[in-house]
Each structure stands twice: as C-alpha cells, then as structure tokens.
Design a protein around this ligand. Structure first.
Ligand SMILES: Nc1ncnc2c1ncn2[C@@H]1O[C@H](COP(=O)(O)OP(=O)(O)O)[C@@H](O)[C@H]1O
Ligand SMILES: [Mg+2]
Length: 313
C-alpha cells in the first residue's frame, strides 16, 4: 500500500476558454474564432494527505476546489505537476483509481433513481465485487451509525434532499474505499440532517480509517469534522495546517455578542490587544439598552473570513 493517501506536487491546471462576444454577430464570430484565453484554475498546489485524515478543503467560489478534486479522482489531467492517489496516477489509471475512491458531488446523485436504495447497494456490491460478508458488515455498521430503515426500501426519487444526500454518502463508502471525496455534501440541508450527516462521516472515518477530502462552505462541518484545513484562493494554497493553529493566531480576538431587542443579537469581532471590550459595551449601552452579553472565542467562521480578507498569511 502506498505511503500517503494523496501526494500532489506543483500541480497546475489551465483551461483554454473562448473569449466570448456579445450578440448574434458575436456568436457567429465565436464559431470561427481562435480568440482563446487561458484560465489558471489551480496554480502550483502541493499537498500531502495521510491515511485516515479528514481534510477541510476550503476557499471562496471559483477558488479551484472542484478542479482539484477532479484531478484527484482522475476526471481531469493536470496541465503540469505530479499527482498520486493511493500510489496511482489517477488520470492514467482511472479504473483502478475508481475502485479505491468514493465520490459525492453536491446535489448530483450517483444512485439509480427509481430503485429502492437497497437495490442500488446490491448493484454497487456487484460492480465493486464486494464479498457478501463485507457487504453485510458494512450495512450493519451503517445501522449502528444512522437510522437507515426509513430509506432502505425507498426509491431515491421519492426521497427528500437530506435522505438522498445520506444515501449518496452511504453508497460512496459501500465498497470500503481508501479515500472518499465529498464536494459540498451538506449544501441546502436543515440543521438536524446536517448533524446526522456529520456524525455519519465521523463514524465511518473512525471505524474504517477512511481518508476524507471535504469541501464545504459550512463552518459547522469544519468544526465537527476537520482537524486540518487547507485553504485555497485564486487557485493558490494560502493555508495548510490544523484549525487550532489558525485559531491561536487569532488568540486575542473575541466575538462580543450583545442582545439589544428581545431576540436581536449584535455581533462584533474585537482584537483585545487593540480594543477595550468594556469601552465598546459602555458606548453601546449609551445608545441602546443591552439586555444580555456573551463573549466568546473567535469562531471558525470569523477566522476563515479573516483569511479570505487577507488578514493573515
Ligand atoms: N471546464 C472548465 N472550463 C473552463 N473553466 C473552468 C472549467 N472548470 C472550472 N473552470 C474555472 O476554473 C476556476 C475554478 O473553478 P472550480 O474549481 O469549480 O472552483 P470552486 O470549486 O472552488 O468553486 C473558475 O474560474 C472556473 O470558472
Ligand atoms: Mg466547486
């Protein structure tokens, strides 16, 4: 077995895109045009991921997250640089690579729409040639982690978005792959479904030592699942370390929450080194009556926002 789960060195991915012109004349011109520009979606990213890690792969829209995942899964070939996943070059060895990975891409389900979930599971078992005993053990593990009874005999098309996402994640883990890629898995889900899905991912990771690469905009996912985060921006890696390390960088920051109306909380992030919290409270108190106060350590949400805004390097 390969040493690292994933190893990327100086990976770049460029897309050649047509410079589009407006209107009908423009569209016709575009048909014959040689007017291309290059979009650098991923620039010189190096990344090593160890077995069993859950990595939060974060960044604003268009940062290059999905492009990176497509290179890891073998869908795209890098423009330059080297990449191995489970010791293999994913785009050269797509079939072998796909046997060792599981993938969930946002809201696109991989399951058979009109089949009851259990029938999809059996098909996946046969496709991946999972031994019957391993298959049964996996279903048992699923049962112990999440209530699968309500969905097991339901066709995917009759499921709620949350049930479908849950099913997709279960399907991605079914053949016990070494690595699972989850691209925005909790998007659009309600709080209780998010929490079910987080504990499922966490349980599968610890039971099976599965490596998980997770992209998300939900910092609740990050708090619940990721020890290490990688942040990319405009195709470049700008942070790669433990989330705790990042928070300690902002150790003197506090989130001050003040309740003004009955249900209305105002939130301010303050650096205690430069600002006196009491001053802020007194000033506010003169304007409006403060009913309640909470002072908390800076949240993951705020820390990530600061990184995006360029407050830390
Ligand atoms: N197939 C493609 N053709 C041209 N440009 C693309 C293609 N896929 C992605 N891009 C561009 O590459 C950049 C990164 O996209 P993506 O990896 O989807 O970002 P993210 O997943 O972080 O939102 C964006 O500017 C996007 O428009
Ligand atoms: Mg994306």
């Amino acid at each position: 077995m390969a040493e690292h789960a994933i190893e990327m060195k100086d990976i770049c991915k460029d897309f050649k895109v047509l410079n589009r012109h407006e209107g009908l004349k423009g569209s016709i011109r575009d048909l014959f045009s040689r007017d291309y520009k290059t979009v650098s979606a991923v620039k010189d990213i190096s990344l090593t991921v160890e077995r069993g890690e859950i990595i939060g792969y974060l960044g604003p829209n268009g940062a290059g997250k999905s492009t990176t995942i497509k290179m890891m899964t073998g869908v795209l070939e890098p423009t330059s640089g080297s990449i191995t996943v489970n010791g293999r070059i994913p785009y050269k060895d797509r079939k072998a690579n796909s046997e060792n990975i599981g993938v969930v891409f946002g809201q696109r389900s991989q399951l058979w729409w009109s089949l009851p979930l259990i029938e999809s599971f059996k098909l996946l078992r046969d496709i991946y040639m999972v031994p019957q005993k391993d298959y049964e053990d996996m279903i048992e593990l699923y049962r112990s982690l999440v209530d699968i009874e309500p969905i097991l005999h339901k066709p995917v098309r009759q499921m709620s978005l949350g049930q479908r996402t849950l099913s997709d994640i279960l399907a991605a883990f079914l053949h016990d792959p070494a690595i699972v890629f989850l691209d925005e898995p909790t998007i659009g889900l309600d709080v209780s479904m998010k929490s079910k899905i987080r504990s499922l991912i966490s349980g599968l990771n610890s039971e099976k030592n599965t490596t998980v690469i997770l992209t998300t905009h939900d910092m609740g996912d990050v708090d619940a699942l990721c020890k290490r985060i990688v942040i990319i921006d405009k195709g470049m890696k700008i942070y790669d370390n433990d989330i705790e390390h990042l928070k300690s960088y902002f150790g003197s920051y506090r989130t001050l929450k003040m309740r003004i109306g009955t249900d209305e909380w105002e939130e301010i992030v303050i650096d205690e080194k430069t600002t006196d919290i009491m001053d802020i409270i007194m000033k506010k108190q003169k304007e409006k009556k403060i009913r309640d106060i909470k002072i908390e350590e800076i949240s993951t949400e705020e820390v990530i926002k600061k990184i995006y805004e360029g407050d830390a390097k």
